[in-house]
Design a protein. Structure first.
Length: 369
């Protein structure tokens, strides 16, 4: 009986080792198999004119206070009801299924997950005033792991919703209101295109306090000019854009660079080997480094992500030569660290207080011009 038990244990150990080896060798293929839809692309009907006048299509906007995740704050902070600055925030990918290429708006799981992201990310901006955060038929997570035509069509469909929401936002906030544009991951991807089409070379550029396009690679030489704003190089600079992608060390960034290097920039030229925009959120400047004592508060979430605690001095930050933000030894933030020590999910929470202070500082500078 003992010998049989030992055989079973040995067999389970071999299985575990085999599974680990298989994961390390076929990690990317396994992730693709699990997340990329096998179904045909379903054409998304465009939203009707003025569809986003309907408050039901927003997670947050003026007049929506019930179940508004953007108004959450950790202890010691409160949201503002100021109206002098308008914040437009687009949430990251929260639809992880492969049933559809675009998330149905009635998918409760993805909508609840989006609210979690709004709580930990968009909340950094609620000291400026009420945030406008649209619901949209986001592309599923798997689109970023394949080059099939359906993936691009899904992203185009999602962008059409974001663009319609932004146009409604601009039409309602008034002709002079200063604007903060912000997002994360897929949200930032759509915002880069939106800035190219709605900000670059347009009068609206003069109203932008700053653009926080976090968690998405932006080429300093191929993309920035077309987007209409320079990179932020000073902590009180306005009318500028910033981005960062956080990795602990040792960082394995090839999942990002392999795709990035195969793409074409907004200027029509390859992005291959070009540097990415890297803003250090601890200093508010580009391509800089800062010790952890400059980190005024990392938001460490609780187990179910419904709350969080601020911890000062938790992580440092420095930009490497390619444009990734390195944060030193892996901090204990939770179970959602991605392969390669990628802290993508925590791009905002790692620097929650500093980003909030950054937005308030730039807004004050803009209003004093």
């Amino acid at each position: 009986m003992v010998r049989k038990f030992l055989y079973i244990i040995a067999f389970l150990i071999v299985l575990a080792i085999g599974a680990r080896i298989a994961w390390e060798v076929y990690e990317e293929d396994l992730i693709r198999w699990y997340t990329v839809p096998k179904t045909a692309f379903e054409e998304q009907a465009p939203v009707t004119a003025n569809a986003y006048a309907d408050k039901a299509l927003w997670f947050s906007r003026p007049g929506l206070t019930e179940d508004n995740a953007t108004r959450w704050t950790p202890e010691g902070y409160k949201p503002s009801d100021a109206t002098q600055v308008a914040v437009f925030y687009v949430h990251p990918t929260s639809y992880l299924k492969k049933d559809h290429w675009n998330a149905p708006l009635d998918d409760k799981e993805s909508q609840d997950r989006a609210r979690i992201f709004l709580r930990s990310q968009a909340s950094v901006f609620n000291g400026l005033g009420v945030i406008w955060a649209p619901r949209y038929r986001q592309a599923t997570f798997g689109v970023f792991l394949t080059d099939v035509d359906a993936a691009n069509r899904a992203l185009d469909a999602a962008y059409a919703d974001v663009l319609a929401a932004f146009d409604q936002f601009v039409s309602e906030i008034g002709t002079d209101a200063p604007i903060v544009i912000a997002g994360h991951s897929q949200g930032s991807l759509h915002l880069t295109r939106l800035m190219k089409e709605r900000v670059g070379g347009k009068p609206l550029a003069k109203r932008i306090v700053a653009a926080y396009l976090v968690g998405w690679p932006i080429s300093t030489t191929r993309d920035v000019t077309a987007m209409g704003l320079p990179v932020c190089n000073d902590p009180a600079q306005t009318g500028c854009l910033m981005s960062w992608q956080a990795f602990a060390e040792p960082a394995d960034t090839h999942l990002i660079t392999d795709v990035y290097d195969s793409t074409i920039g907004f200027d029509g030229q390859p992005r291959k080997d070009t540097a990415m925009v890297c803003t250090n959120p601890l200093t508010g400047t580009a391509k800089s480094q800062a010790a952890m004592d400059l980190n005024n508060g990392t938001l460490k979430p609780n187990a179910d992500l419904t709350d969080g605690t601020l911890i000062a001095g938790a992580v440092p930050a420095r930009c490497d030569d390619r444009g990734f933000l390195l944060i030193g030894d892996p901090p204990k933030m939770g179970q959602y660290v991605l392969p390669g020590n990628n802290y993508h999910v925590y791009d905002y929470p790692l620097f929650w207080v500093n980003v909030r202070q950054d937005a308030e500082r730039r807004t004050a500078a803009f209003l004093q011009r």
